[in-house]
Write a protein that binds this ligand. Structure first.
Ligand SMILES: Cc1cc2nc3c(=O)[nH]c(=O)nc-3n(C[C@H](O)[C@H](O)[C@H](O)COP(=O)(O)OP(=O)(O)OC[C@H]3O[C@@H](n4cnc5c(N)ncnc54)[C@H](O)[C@@H]3O)c2cc1C
Length: 253
């Protein structure tokens, strides 16, 4: 893990509040693995003081992409960066997802949580069988669809307003065996808001669901315990060290 200055090569606006940044850093791009993230220093002054964490959405050669939604001060400032600017980045951080082969993987993404699943699909798709369940509020928020469709045809989509795919929430699809959802022989990865993660964990019970946890984070390197979540068998787990992708049955969510 290192601090790097990475050039913002391309900035895309994916919806009114969601942006994609392509950043150039040989060191980070070559080390990045699915499940990992970076911490970006937003401003050269002390406000916002803490770096903000973002997952890798894809990696191509010496470049990597992050996709983020503007939520508060930090992401608002970040969204105003322009191509050619250099960003101060710490990473890659977090525990990578294990390399898997010949498995049936179901990837479930909600909203901007769709993005980190693309990197997972990119790396694990060729050696596993993928099913993707992706949902968002409306068609515009259903980001990176073209990219996903280049990886697999096995995709089911939902929008809450019915403007694309099936009307409803992505978790509604879990009742339907038509999408290859059954109760054994699957590995499930999910990224999205907490209520979505809770609903998925509840649906699958005994099957491990690996969720990308987006807890508020301080140092990102395991020292401050700011991102600790309670484990069911006692003690805490640091999202930045033991996560961010964790077996949801082992934590209080
Ligand atoms: C490991 C990890 C990876 C992440 N990857 C992505 C990503 O790829 N794309 C993306 O859009 N976001 C991602 N997030 C969430 C992102 O870091 C927060 O949205 C961001 O830090 C908010 O900063 P802000 O200054 O704009 O908001 P703040 O002003 O700090 O807060 C504004 C609002 O955002 C909420 N918020 C703050 N921090 C988080 C957080 N960590 N998770 C969820 N909500 C938060 C607050 O509760 C508040 O309602 C990730 C978080 C973690 C921990």
């Amino acid at each position: 893990m290192k601090i790097e200055r990475a050039e913002l090569i391309k900035k895309l606006s994916l919806s009114d509040t969601v942006f994609a940044f392509d950043l150039a850093s040989k060191t980070i791009a070559r080390k990045a693995k699915p499940g990992q993230f970076i911490q970006i220093r937003i401003f050269d002054s002390f406000d916002p003081f803490l770096r903000r964490p973002f997952s890798f959405a894809s990696v191509l050669g010496d470049r990597f992409r992050i996709v983020f939604r503007v939520r508060g001060k930090g992401t608002k400032i970040l969204s105003q960066c322009h191509s050619g600017q250099y960003l101060d980045i710490l990473g890659p951080l977090g525990k990578p997802i294990a390399q898997l082969q010949n498995q049936r993987l179901v990837l479930i993404g909600g909203g901007v949580g769709i993005a980190p699943l693309f990197f997972l699909a990119q790396r694990l798709g060729p050696s596993n069988h993928l099913t993707l369940l992706l949902g968002a509020k409306n068609r515009k928020e259903l980001i990176m669809l073209k990219d996903f469709k280049n990886l697999t045809k096995n995709i089911a989509l939902t929008t809450e307003d019915g403007s694309f795919g099936k009307k409803g929430k992505v978790t509604d699809l879990l009742r339907n065996s038509e999408f290859g959802i059954r109760d054994s022989g699957l590995k499930i990865f999910a990224c999205g808001p907490w209520p979505m993660l809770r609903a998925i964990q509840k649906r699958f019970g005994s099957i491990p669901v690996y969720g990308f946890l987006e807890e508020r984070m301080g140092c990102g390197t395991g020292i401050c315990f700011c991102c600790a979540v309670k484990k069911k068998d006692g003690g805490y787990l640091r999202v930045c060290q033991e996560g961010p992708v964790v077996n949801l049955s082992q934590v209080e969510i």
